[in-house]
Design a protein around this ligand. Sequence first.
Ligand code: 5AD
Ligand code: SF4
Length: 456
Amino acid sequence: MAKTFHIITFGCQMNERDSETLAGMLEAEGFVKTEDKNAADVVILNTCSVRENADKKFFGVLGQLKHPKEAEPSKTVCVCGCMMQQQHVIDTLKAKYPWVDLVFGTHNVSEFPKLLKGVRETNSKVVEVWEDGRAIAEGLPAAREYPFKAYVNIMYGCNNFCTYCIVPYTRGRERSRRPEDILAEVRDLASSGCKEITLLGQNVNSYGKVKHGEGSYCYLEEPGGLAGEGVDFAKLLRMVDEVPGIERIRFMTSHPKDLSDDLIAALRDCKHLCHAFHLPVQSGSDRILKKMNRHYDREKYFERVEKLREAVPDIALSTDIIVGFPGETEEDFLDTMDLVRRVRYDSAFTFLYSVRRGTPAAAMEEQVPEAVKHERFNRLIDLVHSIWEEKAADYQDKVLPVLIEGFSKTDASMLTGKTESGKTVDLPGDPGLIGQIVPVRITKAQTFSCYGELVK
Ligand code: 5AD
Ligand code: SF4
């Protein structure tokens, strides 16, 4: 009987994409996916470090695997992802979870089949984590989650060192993939029927710009190819826009400091770019933005938003906001509230500041008390939701293209899909529509999702 595997993914789209590669590599070795983590021959936990909650969840789930592992010692328990790039996590694993078989990091995902084989054949434990990224591994298999929408990495790592953020330490320096390799992947996806792609990078606006990092790699240093033509993110988008069959292009994440006029022009011109933009602001206070090392102030942010809306009037804007960064006063927080009121986001991801060991902000004095953080967080959520509620009314009775993605989470007899802006729409319909983009009339617009009907 075929051996089985189960992957549990924590965190962001980067991790989801890495898990698709891990699944692809396992399938290439003859493993079959199972939904039962306790019964699987190989279990992988792909971890996230961005906030403390993710750490806690990981250790909780890992603990649940102890008994299945003891009951079936031939089972292989693997842990990987951002947390493994931190020495204190490795130390905790060695001390408290010695039954874990394989530990690897974000930079050696491509080595996984070799590492797994070693562990299973010799029945040994392996910890192999690289400190920084080497040459980007191309051509790895991927078992994609959906046939009709896909994530495509365009770059890895981050050089920005926002003072609260662990990502530059866990994902290493910025490395851009070759435009040729990205385009080949997109064409391949299109030819297999994929309709929507999301280009992924920690800071997509610096795609193709950053040259060499210590021990790092950049296609810009290769002779020949498209590298010589200086393909930046705006140019890359225009190239991807020309790939026949791809009907929707999304991307994330954009750093406001690098959001260029060229990118705004590409958004205006490209036929398949979704009119949706994720532009994390993090705080509305100039003082806090400076302490966060974000390299823009609120005026510059407003100016970029205005320019985006001028070029693409129906653009849906979303953002990330951190509440309770060290030293945040009531006045700073009110600046954030004011910014949210002025921008009127279509959607916002709000986070309580979480101390990340080894980052500059962790060592800052004036950590905000938990109770104050929560109180501000609740006020911000109320504001964000009231704006969504008002904005939802704009959807009422509109006819919009919706990509049907599957069955509704709340009512399995209904289909569910997404508008170009990213709004969820539930509707009755034939499951044969899954994977298609169809016109839908919004019959009931609500704050978090809408109901609709197919327009025949
Ligand atoms: N605490 C809270 N939120 C954080 N983020 C990143 N680091 C932290 C942290 N230490 C948020 C930022 C980022 C999003 C992916 O996660 O808002 O944009
Ligand atoms: Fe973290 Fe800032 Fe890099 Fe985003 S841009 S990954 S928030 S350091």
